[in-house]
Design a protein around this ligand. Structure first.
Ligand SMILES: Nc1nc2c(c(=O)[nH]1)N[C@H]1C(S)=C(S)[C@@H](COP(=O)(O)O)O[C@H]1N2
Ligand SMILES: [Mo]
Length: 511
């Protein structure tokens, strides 16, 4: 066990560097909570990293961490930051003032990145500058003590003990500041409260969910996904807080008549309730980045009709409050389909993480080119002129959903006993529809599964098959046929650039 006095000056300097950085980071977060909630240094750096990450990195993050990708990113940034802080501490002891220069420079990087964010203003750099300055000053003061020549071994021990105690104080102060900033993120609670008090208008038309849409198989994805279980994918490290009373949508660009719509205008319009499946282009074969909800909203085509797009327009670039953009074919927003400007999900206002107060939902297209959350702008434009967030990062400009099917039951690795066994799953090609699903066991014949009643061609459909399981190891595969007669391809393709393909497959051992 190392006593404080036995630690090397370098390791103490590293501890001091880390402590100073924790203090600075905490004060930076606190400053953000006080004056610039969207400019939290962590959120700014994380958001900047998400925006510059190449598409393979997004895919890798999602495949490694699923929808915990954001938490993983923040932990990664924190670990990296503390490693740099430890090095800065050592540098400050050996070559002052370069350690404090490193710490101040970290803050300066945050300040520069903060100015590149979509919602940046003049206060945005302040939290990062405070964090860098506080870390540099605290680091310099702590490490200056270590550099003083000691009058003897007892004096050296005392100095080290003092530095350790002060470092502890800095860490606690930094942690308290961070906790305080979390408690003060009043914006989030305020908008949550507005949402909780909100009453949505009743739908004037509803697509019924037939009782026979649900097969009731244990372990099978329910035909309507509870909102709390609905996958979440977006680039927003901090969920945008948009108050309906300040929300507006501007429709502009290649239009005869610019339109501005406010919340009260939107809720006064007749609302449609439509079940639709939303799927992420990053969903791997067998993946879970898909869900179905009852969406309440207004057809986008009616709003676009007011703006009257000009004849040369072929795309709508929707923009979120946080700068995310999606390129949707104008046709998909003006044809007969239920492309909605949605305010409700499963009978409630949209959850904050799913786009409160207003998002888009467009059957037939992957989310990245259609499902803009916290939407504030529709720019009518052309594919030749503009591109969406993910297109500029290597994904396809257009993203029609591909035909797919998934095995949910039995679960991979489940214990199956010989005898009658249910195999079940879901299949989809949104806005096209599914006409059949077949299952193959080992290299046997493809057997037609029983399909549930599809709610509509805009939703996935459940399927099941009973199988008399025999002992041994078996491979189970499924494939769908679309309503237009297309057979799902066995060719495996990765999600990038326009969606995964291939048959879902499960290996089972039957006892
Ligand atoms: N503002 C905003 N909207 C967005 C995104 C985003 O990053 N920012 N991601 C899109 C993607 S890639 C998908 S798959 C869907 C996911 O919607 P959900 O989180 O409600 O499931 O939202 C879309 N809308
Ligand atoms: Mo997505």
């Amino acid at each position: 066990m190392a006593s404080p006095s036995s630690r090397t000056p370098d390791s103490l300097a590293a501890v001091a560097g880390v402590a100073a950085t924790v203090l600075g980071a905490g004060l930076g977060e606190l400053t953000a909570a006080l004056i610039a909630p969207s400019a939290s240094p962590f959120a700014v750096i994380g958001g900047g990293m998400i925006d510059i990450a190449p598409s393979w990195a997004k895919d890798l993050a999602i495949s490694l961490f699923g929808t915990n990708d954001k938490a993983a990113l923040l932990v990664g940034i924190a670990v990296l930051l503390l490693a740099v802080a430890a090095v800065a501490g050592i540098v400050e002891r050996r070559r002052p003032p370069w350690g404090r220069v490193i710490l101040a420079a970290l803050g300066a990087v945050g300040a520069v990145v903060s100015l590149t964010r979509a919602d940046a203003d003049l206060l945005s750099p302040v939290p990062s500058l405070v964090a860098g300055a506080a870390a540099a000053i605290a680091g310099a003061m702590l490490i200056a003590r270590l550099r003083r020549p000691a009058a003897g071994p007892a004096d050296a021990g005392l100095t080290r003990r003092t530095v350790l105690v002060l470092s502890g104080v800095a860490v606690v102060a930094g942690a308290l500041a961070a906790v305080g900033s979390a408690a003060m993120s009043g914006g989030a609670r305020a908008v949550s409260a507005v949402r909780a008090a909100l009453r949505l208008p009743p739908p004037s038309t509803t697509t019924p969910v037939p009782a026979t849409a649900e097969l009731g198989v244990d372990g099978l994805a329910p035909v309507i996904t509870p909102s709390a279980d609905f996958y979440r994918i977006d680039t927003a490290l901090v969920v945008p807080q948009v108050d309906p009373s300040t929300w507006s949508l501007r429709i502009h660009g290649l239009v005869d008549q610019e339109v501005v719509l406010r919340w009260d205008d939107l809720v006064a319009l007749p609302q449609r309730e439509v079940a639709a499946t939303l799927v992420c282009v990053s969903n791997a074969v067998g993946g879970e980045l898909i869900g179905t909800a009852r969406w309440l909203g207004v057809p986008i085509r009616d709003l676009l009709a007011r703006a009257a797009p000009t004849a040369d327009a072929d795309m709508v670039l929707s923009r979120s409050i946080d700068g995310f953009t999606a390129s949707t074919p104008l046709e998909a927003l003006t044809d007969e389909r239920d492309a909605l400007l949605a305010i409700g999900m499963n009978g409630e206002p949209l959850p904050l993480a799913h786009g409160f107060p207003v998002r888009m939902v467009v059957p037939g297209l992957y989310g990245y080119v259609s499902a803009t959350k916290w939407v504030t702008e529709l720019e009518v434009t052309q594919y030749a002129v503009a591109e969406g967030y993910w297109t500029s990062r290597g994904w396809s400009a257009r993203g029609p959903v591909k035909l797919a099917s998934r095995i949910d039951v039995p679960r991979a690795g489940a214990r199956v006993t010989a005898g009658p066994t249910t195999i079940a799953g879901v299949a989809w090609q949104t806005h096209v529809g599914v006409s059949g699903v077949e299952v193959q066991i080992d290299d046997g014949a493809w057997q037609p599964a029983t399909l549930a009643t599809a709610i509509s061609s805009d939703t996935w459909v459940q399927w099941s098959l009973s199988w008399d399981a025999t002992p041994g190891t078996h491979t189970v595969r499924c494939r769908a046929t679309s309503a237009t007669g297309e057979l799902q391809t066995p060719n495996r393709a990765a999600p990038a650039p326009d969606g995964a393909t291939g048959w879902d497959e499960l290996t089972l051992s039957v006892a």
